[in-house]
Design a protein around this ligand. Sequence first.
Ligand code: TRP
Ligand code: SF4
Length: 330
Amino acid sequence: MNKKKRILTGDRPTSRLHIGHYVGSLENRVKLQDEYEQFIIIADVQALTTHFEHPETLKQNVFDLCIDYLSVGIDPEKSYIFIQSMVPQIAELTLFYSMFVMVNTLKHNPTIKTEAAQYGFKDLSYGFLGYPVSQAADITFCNADLVPVGEDQIPIIEVTRKIVRRFNSLYKPILKVPEVLLGSCPRLVGLDGNAKMSKSMGNAVFLSDDEETIFAKVKTAVTDPARVTLKDKGNPEVCIVNEYHKVFNSDDYDNICSMCRNAAIGCTTCKKRLSEVLNTLLSPIREKRKYLEEKPEYVKNILIYGSEKARTEGAKTLEKIKEAMSIQYF
Ligand code: TRP
Ligand code: SF4
């Protein structure tokens, strides 16, 4: 009997992962894969909520995302990486839950509202409005205990918790109410000072960026605008570069703050130091990616294996769900 608690976590295969994902949740996923039985979902169906006009982009993105996971240190011997659409039980579960989730709960969900505004949706598709329901199915198909994600996912997981409680009280208390686990930096600001690092805002450092790209991107980062010349004393508290030092270079953080305040370091040097730190973090990840990019069969087999395991677990859960709902007839 496997007594390990379970993690269910994952991402949409819409863009490459960036360093915000790393400190938001990837780091946790790598750290916890020994202690927990971990399932990582590549949410291709959820990606269709916004990318339904271009399903042909998914295949490459699914592979890229899987390579992102493997290159940061997700170990396929310890974690199951699987594709959402390859686990039909998730779709089935979504349908059952959708019977008792109220449209108003979804319409007023902060993440749904923010994303709808971001995409400029005038009306919402049934699938987009309902993606928190399908995410609840993602999380509960294996009865997960813990969900490591970034801060933006909190309102969505709150819906999962609500659904689980409702299910348990309507039918039979068989589902666990999952907990959210936030990373060391649950929301990393963008290089441009925007509240969030994201591909669509063009302010992200991707795990796959090469050394030169990182130097070039960090050069554009927003610093203390009042610090015009080298002799001006800076205020590190209003500087994005410094926020990154705090997250990625914590040992040197206090030192950099005081040098900035005393004008003992220039912004160019300070940025160069940050780029070096980021490159030290990313260079082994890049190496591993290069290796994996040449092994598409290996990556494919990991996805097939993970999806198979997810289907097996999904089938077990579905049986219990149907029994609890009294719709297991024979
Ligand atoms: N909504 C998540 C995102 O946009 C992706 C996701 C889908 C997810 N299903 C999940 C995350 C289940 C955690 C658990 O990044
Ligand atoms: Fe920011 Fe560093 Fe310049 Fe200070 S020296 S303003 S912390 S980039």
